[in-house]
Design a protein around this ligand. Structure first.
Ligand SMILES: [Zn+2]
Length: 216
């Protein structure tokens, strides 16, 4: 599935359809168009903001079958061409809303990153052109997807912070791709709070949220 073909301009990054003849929706989405209308429609927009562990958290999309496959193709099949399709539609909104924030993100397995050749969240956020810190690491090769709900809650013991001298005057935006139990997000929040970062200086931006999950 790895795609190394050079893409033409005005060609959908997901289905490769030429969208030259489409009526432009660029007035609605001020970001540059990179996917066709048909693919755009398959993203189920939530754009929902609420408090999670007293941290303002925004969920952009529902985690549906379309986004699940897309994330798998990107993350699991190393299709780096897809890196911009996730946040592009919200790019301008994100840059405005989180102006001055430094992006941080949960770590993936080192071995997966090496195989893949890129850190998936780091590449996803590249299109936002915001400052980011690669702040967290996994203490062991722990696979979240292969564990039960109860075991997932143990993720708190697996993730740790690299740099223990964080600037407490700065604001931090936690970005992640999938929210299921919220265990990872909670862990990242707690690690930042431990470094004396005020919760008022932390926000979270989640690409997709599963429909059934824990209380918010
Ligand atoms: Zn398409």
């Amino acid at each position: 599935m790895k795609n190394n073909l050079p893409l033409k301009k005005n060609q959908c990054l997901i289905c490769f359809k030429d969208f030259n003849n489409e009526i432009s929706l660029s007035n609605l989405f001020s970001s540059q168009k990179i996917i066709c209308q048909n693919c755009l429609k398959k993203f189920k927009i939530l754009n929902l903001t609420c408090k999670f562990n007293n941290v303002e958290t925004t969920f952009l999309y529902e985690y549906n079958d379309f986004i699940r496959k897309l994330i798998y193709q990107y993350k699991g099949c190393y299709d780096i061409v897809l890196k911009d399709v996730f946040f592009n539609q919200f790019k301008e909104q994100i840059k405005k809303k989180y102006k001055g924030y430094i992006i941080v993100f949960p770590p993936s397995n080192e071995s997966d990153d090496q195989k893949r050749g890129f850190r998936h969240i780091e590449k996803m956020i590249e299109c936002l052109k915001m400052k980011y810190l690669n702040l967290f690491y996994k203490k062991s090769n722990y696979k979240q997807s292969s564990n039960t709900y109860k075991q997932r809650n143990k993720i708190a013991n697996v993730i740790d912070i690299k740099n223990k001298k964080l600037d407490i005057n700065k604001k931090y935006l936690i970005v992640d791709d999938i929210f299921t139990s919220g265990a990872t997000l909670k862990t990242i929040i707690n690690l930042l709070v431990k470094q004396n970062i005020d919760k008022g200086h932390i926000k979270a931006l989640i690409l997709s949220k599963t429909v059934h999950n824990v209380e918010l």
